[in-house]
Design a protein around this ligand. Structure first.
Ligand SMILES: C[S@@+](CC[C@H](N)C(=O)[O-])C[C@H]1O[C@@H](n2cnc3c(N)ncnc32)[C@H](O)[C@@H]1O
Length: 250
């Protein structure tokens, strides 16, 4: 299929460097990741995850049992929010960074041991099955994948026919003055907050860079259509600071 945006390649130096950086950054941040998210994000991610839950709830209507994958699950923010709202959904969840998965597993053992959730360490760019899932989510993570087409292809293969893929991520507002104000805050104010909180060296800079790296909201939708997804739609969150993009496997 003709691709709108090119991947650097699984074995490329760019992909290897990106993954090494992810391992270092999130390996360091894992123990404080949830706390820092709450403080730095000022709770906005909690509002945004509700949009994801709404899409899942709508999809779930009239369906018996759903199996979901939370891709790049981190410490399980979306996994646990989903199981809280929809206790009957069976969830698989994986992430590249063992320390993040470690935090998620501890939390599961403490508060969600009665739920069907399976966490493991894995790479979104390596295939993880065919026709297995009704829903796949990836939140605050798509921008981190070096090979976005490859990640989308793996999702497509892993979904059952009729299955739904939800990408939620931080994006760049397209309209001024919000765009300017937001990028200014990310570039200049976030590093100050990061210093106070003691986040990993360079991590606030990472957030700015990763948002800048992200294709335009509409281009994320194009990645999905380029890789076989149908009926793709997207919805802005908070004026475009976040976006939810949804596509279906027919
Ligand atoms: C900002 S965190 C978001 C975590 C979680 N989804 C959430 O909503 O809190 C981004 C996550 O993407 C993961 N990640 C980055 N590249 C990945 C890859 N190639 N495969 C799987 N996970 C990846 C990182 O390890 C990190 O945990």
């Amino acid at each position: 299929m003709d691709q709108h945006l090119k991947d650097p390649g699984f074995d490329s130096e760019a992909a290897r460097k990106r993954k090494a950086y992810m391992l270092e950054l999130f390996g360091y941040q894992a123990p404080k990741y949830d706390l820092h998210d709450d403080i730095i994000g000022m709770g906005i991610h909690r509002r945004w995850v509700k949009d994801v839950l709404k899409v899942i709830g709508h999809f779930k209507q009239g369906k018996e049992k759903l199996k979901m994958l939370d891709l790049a699950c981190g410490t399980g923010f979306v996994t646990f929010n989903t199981t809280r709202h929809f206790p009957d959904i069976e969830i698989d969840a994986f992430d590249l960074v063992p320390e993040m998965v470690g935090v998620a597993k501890k939390r599961q053992a403490k508060s969600f041991s009665d739920r069907k959730i399976d966490f493991w360490v894995g790479d979104s760019e390596v295939p993880y099955g065919e026709n297995k899932y009704d829903v796949i989510t990836t939140c605050f993570a798509f921008r981190n994948f070096a090979n976005k087409n490859l990640a989308a292809k793996n999702v497509y293969a892993a979904l059952k026919p009729g299955g739904m893929f939800i990408i939620q991520d931080m994006t760049k507002p397209e309209k001024q003055p919000l765009r300017g104000l937001y990028l200014f805050a990310l570039k200049y104010m976030l590093p100050v907050a990061g210093k106070i909180l003691g986040t990993a060296k360079g991590s606030p800079r990472y957030l700015y860079n990763s948002v800048m790296l992200l294709p335009k909201n509409t281009d994320i939708a194009r990645i999905l259509t380029d890789n076989g997804f149908a009926d793709v739609w997207h919805r802005y969150q908070s004026g475009g600071m976040g976006t939810v993009v949804v596509g279906y496997k027919k």
